[in-house]
Design a protein around this ligand. Structure first.
Ligand SMILES: [Ca+2]
Length: 736
């Protein structure tokens, strides 16, 4: 399982770490150890002149050992940091003099080029291509489709729940708009005069559809004008913020020809539609044009002349999306000293309240630290349970997801009234992240006590998930958009690519006796969260087919004329613990991907992040399965590339040995293993399938590196002196 830990998202950071930190050291070495050697443009790579190392001086540049007549298409490659190569210094000279092809550690990955909003920047890629052309090296493209180092934020935003449009209103309605709520129901009234009156003792049925800008309840009265017989006993009309039907029956106590809708206590918009008033058992609607669809508003509608509100027929509005508040965080406080990091102000917690007493100076303090408050993108509301000694102004609250220039800061005013109250603060458009919540009394002179802070996400109820087909369609577009951008940036110069990287899982069963694809469902929770598994949305077959099709299409459209070589790249293909089951699974999956008769995979990349073992039995097993892997790869008929070869050393106890602790004998054992691997490659892989070998680490890894930190993984040491591994690699190339 160690192997799985190695190959995680730290993968690839190492080239930057190694090459970035080693440049200064190497420059210093250059001053003291420059040896005349006109054959080598790169003069700094001479071995230290210590006993047993002089023989390395006799070696020529590494690429000279490639038998180009036997293997005309073979390319010897090196991985490096694109910026280092673009810089044109030490790394550039080392690469140009020793290698034929290079792989950028990070620069050509999705996360390096695609921003959170989906915009793509290929500036580094374009410079890298230009520098490669100038240096005469080819580039192996790494990588088009992968689940790690993606821009999760952008990709997840593409497939987030969609909001349905608010419901559309149908037809017309009566719209009444009042400017404000008044004191009495009769302060705003709309009147309707019936053509024939309601009769005493008869029972009537009333119904209408209605909604309002805010929920309200108001009375409906009936009377005959100037008769003094107003009947106040009808049920009240309750109106919500979405359309609903109200209906009730009533018995008139006198003859009444007028209805009075009395909404004086309401300020805002009222909507009436489909008004029906019938005598019970009858079907004749006593309202004329109760649907408001039959032309003008009948003159039967009126209002008292001194009422200033407006009314008229208008298109019916739809209902806005209802919202719910989902609780995300509730924080209360325990009595004692101030519980968080102090920013000059440390109010203690007393009786469950953070107790702030003005000090006379500008004050702020945490009420919720970011470590406890992870929020996803969205709209939020925050409730503060607060007590104040008096009305106060100038109090603010800031929520921020960091302290740097790119952090999002949302600052709102906190209205403060004397006494206990709960303040609701709107926090819209939260970008997502870990948010500190900082309370800022500033220079207020009120004593403020904070009992709790609660944060809720505001979710619209008209949000629904995309269907699987919609997600697939969206991500197919996104994959094409990304690959098109990359192919445009490389302009046909990069003819070989990891089209899909690390697709195959290291365990499980696909139902046919092989490993399935990696998926958010078969990795750790951290991996599921940090990675973006395109295959979970595109499907195990179509994931690769879509990437391959996009690569071929956009390569050709962007000036690609040479044959395009698309590799599926993976790690642990030399696995001894499961008898090479992963490479067998990969070959099996390639057959499935190609079964559509359209998809064509040109090659297989085997990463080979290996270790040389002190235990001879273990080492024998490793070697046997390297051989088996090459045999399986040869049998596949595909091009074969060792894409990321590097090597550590494991002692008898099973521990990785650090460079500082390596013995001469251990270095030589590693050299032999390099030789073995390279030699077996040429022996077992038919010449027509030999695409190339790329060494992943130029130098040994610095202790602090994220990639095999402190391990002796280079062909050069940290000072750019050749190691025994250089000789082993060269001998392997030479077939010695
Ligand atoms: Ca209507």
């Amino acid at each position: 399982m160690i192997r799985f830990l190695i190959k995680k998202s730290i993968y690839m950071k190492h080239t930057k770490n190694i090459l970035g930190t080693m440049l200064l050291t190497a420059a210093a070495v250059a001053v003291t150890s420059c040896v005349d050697d006109s054959k080598l443009l790169f003069a700094f790579e001479k071995p230290a002149s210590i006993a047993g190392m002089e023989y390395l001086n006799e070696y020529d540049a590494l690429k000279t050992y490639v038998n180009s007549s036997a293997n005309p298409n073979f390319k010897l490659g090196i991985a490096l940091t694109a910026d280092d190569y673009i810089a044109g210094g030490l790394v550039t000279r080392l690469a140009n003099s020793n290698f034929q092809e290079m792989t950028a550690g990070n620069a050509m990955k999705y996360a390096s080029c695609v921003a959170d909003d989906g915009t793509m920047n290929f500036g580094t890629v374009e410079k890298f291509v230009a520098a490669a052309k100038a240096g005469g090296l080819t580039i192996y493209g790494h990588t088009l489709a992968w689940h790690a180092q993606q821009n999760n934020k952008y990709l997840n935003s593409l497939i987030k729940d969609k909001e349905l449009p608010p419901s559309q209103g149908v037809g017309n309605c009566l719209h009444i708009k009042t400017s404000e709520a008044k004191t009495n129901p009769w302060d705003w009234q709309i009147l309707y005069d019936l053509a024939s009156p309601l009769l005493a003792g008869k029972t009537y049925s009333f119904s209408m559809r209605t909604k309002a800008s805010a929920a309200t309840t108001f009375p409906l009265w009936i009377e005959t004008p100037n008769a003094g017989n107003t009947n106040y006993g009808l049920p009240q009309i309750s109106v919500g913020t979405t359309w609903s039907v109200i209906s009730f029956e009533f018995t008139s106590s006198s003859d009444c020809s007028r209805l009075l809708f009395s909404f004086g206590k309401f300020g805002g918009d009222l909507y009436f539609d489909d008004i029906v008033l019938v005598e019970k058992g009858d079907s004749h609607n006593m309202f004329s044009n109760g649907t408001f669809e039959e032309g003008d508003l009948p003159s039967k509608w009126s209002k008292p002349g001194w009422h200033s509100y407006t009314y008229g027929i208008e298109p019916s509005p739809g209902d806005a999306a209802a919202e719910v508040e989902q609780e995300k965080k509730v924080r209360t406080y325990q009595d004692g000293p101030f519980p968080f990091y102090a920013m000059g102000c440390e109010p203690p917690v007393v009786d469950g309240y953070i107790h702030f007493v003005p000090t006379g100076s500008w004050s702020q303090f945490f009420i919720l630290p970011s470590s406890e408050n992870t929020l996803e993108e969205g709209n939020y509301v925050l409730y503060l349970d607060i007590k104040s000694s008096k009305d106060a102004s100038g109090v603010q609250l800031t929520m921020q997801n960091g302290w740097g220039g790119t952090a999002q800061q949302i600052t709102v005013t906190v209205p403060i009234k004397e006494g206990n109250h709960i303040v609701k603060l709107n926090l819209p458009n939260v970008a997502g992240g870990n948010y500190d919540v900082i309370f800022k009394p500033q220079t207020t002179d009120a004593i403020l006590d904070i009992k709790s802070v609660k944060i809720y996400k505001v979710v619209k109820l008209n949000s629904i998930p995309l269907t699987p087909a919609e997600k697939k369609d969206t991500l197919t577009w996104a994959m094409n958009n990304w690959i098109n951008g990359m192919m445009k940036a490389t302009g046909g110069y990069v003819t070989a690519w990891d089209v899909v990287n690390e697709a195959i899982a290291g365990g499980g069963d696909d139902g046919e006796g092989f490993y399935p694809l990696q998926s958010a469902t078969n990795v750790s929770a951290d991996d599921a969260k940090n990675n973006f598994y395109w295959q979970d949305y595109l499907g195990s077959e179509d994931y690769v087919r879509i990437a391959v099709a996009a690569a071929r299409k956009h390569y050709a459209e962007n000036g690609g004329t040479n044959p395009l070589r698309l590799f599926v790249n993976d790690y642990n293909l030399e696995s001894d613990w499961d008898d090479n089951k992963k490479v067998k699974s990969l070959v099996h999956w390639i057959e499935k991907w190609e079964a559509d008769g359209v998809t064509k995979i040109d090659g297989i990349g085997t990463q080979m992040h290996v270790s040389c073992h002190a235990n001879s039995e273990t080492q024998k097993g490793k070697e046997d399965h390297v051989v088996k892997m090459f045999e399986i790869l040869a049998e596949s008929g595909k091009l074969v590339k060792i894409t990321e070869l590097d090597m550590g050393y494991v002692d008898e106890e099973g521990n990785s040995v650090k460079t500082a602790d390596m013995t001469e004998a251990q270095h030589k054992a590693m050299s032999e293993y390099y030789k073995f691997i390279v030699k077996k490659y040429f022996e077992i892989i038919p010449a027509a399938q030999q695409y190339g070998i790329t060494q992943w680490c130029i130098t040994d890894s610095p202790t602090g590196s994220g990639w095999r930190g402190g391990e002796p993984v280079g062909l050069w040491d940290a000072n750019y002196n050749r190691k025994h591994t250089y000789a082993g690699f060269a001998d392997g190339l030479a077939g010695k």
